[in-house]
Design a protein. Structure first.
Length: 71
């Protein structure tokens, strides 16, 4: 709340032209906050879906010669 009071005190002493400039800066700042952020790599990876049988990893292991008796 203290910051708002300090800003209000400064605004009270500005000319109408200066107030218009301040308003323009505030508009620019608020528009920056509305910019959509790029999705992260992890969020993209979480959307990947593999349509495969339940034993898909076992089938791959067998195909590549891995001993699956430990599984």
């Amino acid at each position: 709340m203290v910051t708002k009071q300090k800003i209000q005190e400064k605004l009270d002493n500005l000319t109408p032209e200066q107030l218009n400039q301040v308003y323009g800066i505030i508009e620019e700042l608020s528009n920056l906050e509305n910019v959509e952020k790029k999705p992260s790599l992890m969020s993209k990876l979480q959307k990947i879906f593999i349509d495969a049988p339940d034993d898909f990893s076992i089938q791959l292991a067998i195909r590549f010669g891995r001993d699956i008796s430990e599984v």
